[in-house]
Ligand binder design. Sequence first.
Ligand SMILES: *Cc1c(COP(=O)(O)O)cnc(C)c1O
Length: 444
Amino acid sequence: MITQQRKLVTELPGPISKSLAQRRVAAVSSAVSGGSDIYVAGAEGAILLDVDGNQIIDFGSGIGVTSVGHSDPRVVAAVTEQAASFGHTCFMVNPYENYIELCEKIAEVTPGDFDKRSVLLNSGAEAVENAVKIARAYTGRQAVVVFDHAYHGRTNLTMAMTAKVSPYKDGFGPFAPEIYRVGMAYPYRWPTGPENCAEEAFADFVGQVHIQVGEQHVAAVVLEPIQGEGGFIVPAPGFLAKLVEWCHANGVVFIADEVQSGFCRTGAWFAVEHEGIVPDLITTAKALGGGLPIAAVTGRAEIMNAPVPGGLGGTFGGNPLSCAAALAAIETMEAEDLPGKARRIGEVLSARLTALATQFPQIGEVRGRGAMMAIEIIVPDGSKAPDAALTKAVVAACIRRGVAMLSCGSFGNVIRMLPPLVSDISLIEDAMDVLAEAFAEVLG
Ligand SMILES: *Cc1c(COP(=O)(O)O)cnc(C)c1O
């Protein structure tokens, strides 16, 4: 049992973490980097226990994965039972029931009251790749439209779809062709003000696609309904609905990449629900497996069934252990009303961050939905110039105090909050106290 509280018994990182960091340098590629230097020995609920005995508040959930909490009892029981029964056969070779059961369950919880089908995969990037394959097979077209600040993964096709070069694409080209990038409806940085953002960004989209791509060549528009790695950018209200309408008028498949925003994180089951839209295809991963690797593409049956038989699949996709974990995780989301918990966490985060922003003008904007909140950090001279150095220093100060905080953003100037949705409110409050102390320390 790990008590649900922050407790430091050494400096962070502690001596055992430091010795692991040395071993790591000699064994692990230096290209796998970033994050903290604190090594985990165990985790429960919203607390990480490190190898030196420190208890750290998890505000990243392994990048939005452990929404149901670490070692969720339902997930642990389901995986243990499945492991003792059988661990792998490959669904394409020797099929089994829980793959079907999970596809049924995802069809039930995703938006859209039409006939749905799913394919199960291993990672978010693989889900996005497959969604593009499916949209191309269905439309007989090749072009894919993506947005500024987008993050869709690190495989060859998804690198092309991801906006930021460094570190995701640096030195890794050539990239996949037929990917076209257009502007994002980013209210905080919209030149003529947030109130004009949705309309003007949509007009730009229509014009750019018409001139540079041709509507008749577009297979899919792919969009994160709240952008994750790009900076927790919430598109201007109404932008998504206009895009969906345009897609349907032009025979284009609208794909919502809900790999980070999906499965209760934003206070709804899926972030598209806040905008009242229904995507044709939806990609999910991260929180779906309750900590085990699994991903899905789900959508309209006629689109999902378009590729040739055998055209989709993979050795491990929908592995029985991961399916068992995902079914158990979804059960926890339902039984414990995790959308409601996410909204409650969001209220606390929003109140605390807004108060902090009045104290520190370096916080240019507080934004997000539910338990997917962030602050954008700027130079407070009226320029809104991003301040990545301050962001980095504040995150480091949080980590030293035992709160595992993450940054993000195209300009490296956003601190994002992704606590497990089962976090006690007292932990959220404690983490906000720590964030305030971190700002005071770094700016003081
Ligand atoms: C994390 C992420 C991906 C990639 O998922 P992986 O499992 O890391 O491949 C794709 N899209 C979005 C929106 C993500 O946040």
